[in-house]
Ligand binder design. Structure first.
Ligand SMILES: *[C@@H]1O[C@H](CO)[C@@H](O)[C@H](O)[C@H]1NC(C)=O
Ligand SMILES: *[C@@H]1O[C@H](CO)[C@@H](O)[C@H](O)[C@H]1NC(C)=O
Ligand SMILES: *[C@@H]1O[C@H](CO)[C@@H](O)[C@H](O)[C@H]1NC(C)=O
Ligand SMILES: *[C@@H]1O[C@H](CO)[C@@H](O)[C@H](O)[C@H]1NC(C)=O
Ligand SMILES: *[C@@H]1O[C@H](CO)[C@@H](O)[C@H](O)[C@H]1NC(C)=O
Ligand SMILES: *[C@@H]1O[C@H](CO)[C@@H](O)[C@H](O)[C@H]1NC(C)=O
Ligand SMILES: *[C@@H]1O[C@H](CO)[C@@H](O)[C@H](O)[C@H]1NC(C)=O
Ligand SMILES: *[C@@H]1O[C@H](CO)[C@@H](O)[C@H](O)[C@H]1NC(C)=O
Ligand SMILES: *[C@@H]1O[C@H](CO)[C@@H](O)[C@H](O)[C@H]1NC(C)=O
Ligand SMILES: *[C@@H]1O[C@H](CO)[C@@H](O)[C@H](O)[C@H]1NC(C)=O
Ligand SMILES: *[C@@H]1O[C@H](CO)[C@@H](O)[C@H](O)[C@H]1NC(C)=O
Ligand SMILES: *[C@@H]1O[C@H](CO)[C@@H](O)[C@H](O)[C@H]1NC(C)=O
Length: 800
């Protein structure tokens, strides 16, 4: 603690010396030196190739691999320059998590939260596969050999996709980037990340895993230099056990699945910046989890040169000035060992080799224009085979949470449609003339999207809504510009044309007049973007609109486009509100998917990847971000003192009954669970309490040993075909019942199928802080299988 006080003074803080230990977790422990890549597991061959190439590089060439090249005029978010004499074509790094950002002729897939709501692993792999195909397609299919690199061409390959968000994990309800992540549960998040990586690897694209780590709020994510001393970024302070059991968990799954890149985060961790934190980078990532790939900064997240190099950073984006000439000088004068730079270069090139990008990767991406008006060769990256995946992704991300026999619609003759989130946007492209994120519902300039959360000490928060049209995703670097957007109203019109339905609509009046109708549909949304946290998790404007329709229509169906948790208690019990749908962030097929579901052409199968409480007060301090306060105005602190008790773990521990629990979602059919059996495997017989296996990427390999299997059957007992996401929870040694298995099945009426879910050593362990290992806790463990966290259908015990 003393050292903190000293460093604050050294940085020029106020004369007041901070002595109160209770509000600080303290300092991140130093972990040096930075571990070298060792070529374990699948990395052996790519490591050898990378070492051989690095051995031929000059100091400056190696250094040039580690920072962003200056030109931005090639459609890449970040660019590593080529080494033409050795046939290395450079690297092009491109956003976004739901498709190729900043270009034309691409698709906009369902965003993270919708993927989480699908609970569908196969669909997630397919999504990753087709998304990666679009990254690959933005170039012509010409294989280049060494020396064949066209030096004059400044446009480069899209090699690396900023695709997988497992942090934020949704610690705070109002988190601005919660929609980019899959779920507020680390187990669900981890497996869907692994599946996305699998899909990308099928197409030879490097995945970037982000944001490492504890990037749980947008407020104060970066330092502000407009005061003296400057306001540093918020510090996320977390204990070691929570780190392992909650926040590191999904990263571990994704590393196990082979992600060759990871992005360090903007904010601080135990008061040390995410891209210069030796404990998280050298310690957790490169030692404990045996990471073989390279660490890249989030954009402009580097705040030191020598320190970040020694702490384990491998690439800075864009060119911060901290490295380049300054890095080579520091090496020449002995401040940084050259072996650290060799390791950076080896890790970067090994990732390139691992994905086979040295063997016939497409020619430079001529399909990536910079400005909208720039004439360019058109490269249509959209594979027709991706269409069913896009549509199904939109469908399965919808979650039906209330249905009083309103849905599916049965031959309605008159339908009235309300709400600003039903029609398409009035204006398709705004902004600075580039293919940035702002097209069709991902706009940054909407006056209704004013930011309250940037204002310190502000207590009045009014939720922002995208009042001028439907949204299909949130905003910021995670947004894309798909070729088309199917709005709910477009899709309803098409359906009306087919069925000869009579449609009425009003998207403007906050208290519209409602014609006598068979059904009244109200479409509302919430806006969310990178860069700031949502001001609230419901808004009175939308709630009043819903209530006003419901007062006049006894069959009111509410559809919400929600990029995060959205509370509905102001209207959910209203007798005239007969159905409520969370549509989440469906991507370009949004409206078509909603209408197919409303009419029963498709059947709801999504389940909530987070909990919906009844009241904002249920969140306690986890509603919104931590703000700079007290002695820490310049050094904002966010203490994760709730431990692993976020979302359903927290509500359960505090005995709060939610409105809709984690894993909840209705179907048009019914399922019966039966025949539970819980069996130990041979490996469990004489299992030591600690793992003893060697470390490969992902951690000690025997953490993935299957020690038990949980089997059961599911029968579709209704009249229509449907899918069920079955869930397995166990009472973990950490004192919380947690998700430890799931599978989605499609069943015809009367069809029965069996499910077998493995429990690994890690699933059954807790993090032992003293031993610094996962510890298998022997004893009797409660096992719960069901349709949601609360809807337990089968119960058993596992004696381990
Ligand atoms: C942060 O500090 C806590 C409390 O001292 C410690 O348990 C944890 O390991 C630290 N984590 C990091 C990443 O520094
Ligand atoms: C990394 O490898 C280099 C070259 O073999 C060696 O000099 C250096 O000590 C190694 N660093 C670590 C941390 O093992
Ligand atoms: C390294 O990069 C700089 C620009 O950042 C460039 O001027 C220089 O030519 C590059 N060196 C080599 C050897 O490619
Ligand atoms: C790089 O080194 C130069 C010369 O020593 C110095 O002026 C500059 O501030 C350094 N850049 C950074 C970002 O530290
Ligand atoms: C070595 O170079 C680095 C980067 O320019 C500089 O910060 C450091 O002060 C230098 N050290 C010595 C001993 O010259
Ligand atoms: C939204 O609509 C309002 C009212 O028509 C208009 O004033 C405003 O400019 C629109 N905003 C955007 C971003 O289109
Ligand atoms: C926030 O409130 C505290 C206590 O009321 C006050 O001391 C501080 O100056 C305020 N901060 C800002 C940025 O207004
Ligand atoms: C609901 O309203 C419709 C038309 O407005 C009417 O025909 C119907 O009888 C009402 N149903 C009930 C249960 O009140
Ligand atoms: C919605 O609920 C909140 C919190 O209970 C309340 O403050 C607000 O006035 C309600 N709004 C409406 C439209 O009922
Ligand atoms: C429900 O809707 C009917 C019109 O269909 C209306 O007469 C009635 O007052 C509404 N009920 C409530 C509680 O608003
Ligand atoms: C959904 O259920 C309907 C029956 O209402 C059935 O015809 C259809 O095949 C089902 N759709 C899917 C995709 O299972
Ligand atoms: C929500 O919580 C607030 C503050 O605790 C309370 O005043 C209000 O009555 C609650 N609303 C509901 C609907 O429970």
């Amino acid at each position: 603690m003393k050292s903190i006080a000293l460093s604050l003074c050294a940085l020029g803080a106020s004369a007041k010396v901070i002595t109160d230990d209770s509000i600080f977790y303290g300092q991140s422990p130093p972990v040096y030196p930075s571990p070298n890549i060792t070529g374990t597991g699948d990395w052996a061959e790519s490591y050898t190739k990378a070492q051989a190439l690095v051995a031929q590089l000059t100091l400056e060439e190696k250094s040039n691999l580690t920072f962003g090249a200056s030109t931005t005029d090639n459609g890449c978010a970040g660019w590593i320059q080529a080494i033409p004499r050795l046939g290395f074509p450079g690297l092009c790094l491109v956003d976004a998590g739901n498709g190729v950002r900043t270009t034309d002729l691409v698709n906009g897939y369902a965003a993270g939260l919708s993927v989480g709501a699908s609970w569908n692993r196969e669909l997630t792999t397919q999504r990753g596969h087709y998304m990666a195909g679009e990254f690959r397609a933005k170039g012509a299919n010409v294989a280049l050999g060494p020396g064949e690199y066209p030096q004059s061409d400044t446009r480069l390959y899209i090699y690396l996709h900023f695709t997988i968000v497992v942090g934020p994990l949704g610690r705070i309800a109002r988190g601005g980037r919660n929609w980019e992540g899959f779920s507020h549960d680390p187990y669900l998040s981890g497996l869907l990340a692994a599946d996305t990586i699998k899909g990308h690897h099928q197409r030879g694209i490097i995945t970037s895993l982000k944001h490492f780590i504890l990037n749980e709020q947008e407020t104060n994510r970066n330092p502000f230099a407009n005061t003296t001393p400057q306001v540093e970024a918020v510090s996320s302070n977390v204990d070691d056990k929570t780190m392992h059991e909650l926040y590191l968990w999904p990263f571990q799954d994704a590393l196990k699945a082979g992600s060759a890149n990871i992005m360090c985060s903007y904010q601080r961790i135990n008061n040390s910046y995410g891209c210069a934190n030796s404990k998280t980078l050298n310690g957790l990532l490169k030692t404990e989890l045996g990471f073989q790939g390279f660490v890249v900064t989030d954009w402009r997240a580097q705040h030191s040169g020598v320190a970040s190099a020694l702490a384990g950073l491998d690439m800075t984006m864009p060119d911060s000035g901290y490295w380049g000439k300054n890095l080579t000088t520091a090496i020449q004068n002995g401040t940084i060992p050259e072996s650290r730079l060799d390791d950076m270069a080896t890790r970067i090139l090994a990732a390139w080799y691992l994905l086979g990008q040295d063997e016939g990767f497409p020619k430079p991406g001529v399909g990536m224009p910079y400005a909208i008006t720039e004439p360019h060769t058109r490269v249509d990256a959209r594979d027709p085979a991706a269409r069913p995946i896009l549509f199904q992704g939109a469908v399965e991300g919808h979650v039906l949470v209330k249905n009083n026999r309103a849905l599916p619609l049965r031959d309605p003759q008159v339908i009235s449609v309300f709400g600003y989130s039903a029609p398409g946007y009035k204006q398709s492209v705004v902004g600075d003339g580039t293919y940035s994120a702002w097209k069709l519902g991902a706009q940054s300039t909407n006056p209704e999207q004013q930011v309250a959360s940037k204002v310190y000490n502000s207590t009045v928060f009014i939720e922002t809504i995208a009042i001028n049209g439907t949204i299909i995703m949130g905003g910021g670097s995670g947004a894309t510009t798909p070729g088309y957007v199917s709005s709910p109203f477009d899709a309803l019109n098409q359906r009306a044309m087919k069925d000869n339905t009579d449609l009425f609509w009003d998207f403007v009046d906050p208290a519209p007049q409602v014609p006598a109708s068979d059904a009244c549909l109200v479409f509302i949304n919430a806006w969310s973007s990178e860069g700031y946290d949502r001001p609230a998790v419901y808004d009175d404007y939308s709630d009043n609109l819903v209530l006003s329709v419901a007062e006049q229509c006894n069959n009111t169906i509410v559809v919400i486009h929600n990029p995060g948790v959205r509370l509905v208690d102001n209207f959910s019990d209203h007798p005239n509100i007969t159905a409520i749908v969370y549509a989440h962030t469906p991507g370009q097929d949004s409206g078509a998917a909603t209408v197919a579901l409303l009419y029963g052409d498709e059947n709801f199968s999504g389940k909530l990847p987070y909990t919906v409480p009844k009241n904002v007060s249920d969140y306690g301090p986890l509603l919104g971000p931590d703000l700079p306060e007290g002695d820490y105005l310049n050094y904002p602190q966010s203490d994760f003192s709730e431990g692993i008790f976020i979302d359903y773990r927290g509500f359960e521990a505090r005995n709060i009954t939610p409105r809709y629990e984690f894993g909840y979602g209705l179907s048009y059919t019914t399922f019966e669970y039966d025949s539970l059996s819980v069996g130990k495997t041979k490996k469990a017989e004489d299992a030591d309490i600690y793992p003893s296996g060697p470390i490969e990427q992902g951690g000690q390999i025997d953490l993935w040993d299957v020690l038990a299997n949980v089997e059961f059957t599911i029968k579709n007992t209704g009249k229509i075909t449907g899918k069920e996401a079955a869930q397995l929870y166990i009472d973990t040694p950490s004192g919380a019942r947690q998700l430890r298995g799931f599978e989605k099945l499609s069943l015809k009426p009367d069809e029965t199928d069996s499910v077998k879910l493995p429990l690994t050593r890690r699933d059954l362990s807790e993090w032992d802080v003293a031993a610094q290992r996962w510890k298998l806790v022997k004893g009797s463990i409660g096992v719960y299988v069901g349709a949601s966290f609360k809807d337990v259908r089968l119960q058993g015990t596992l004696d381990i």
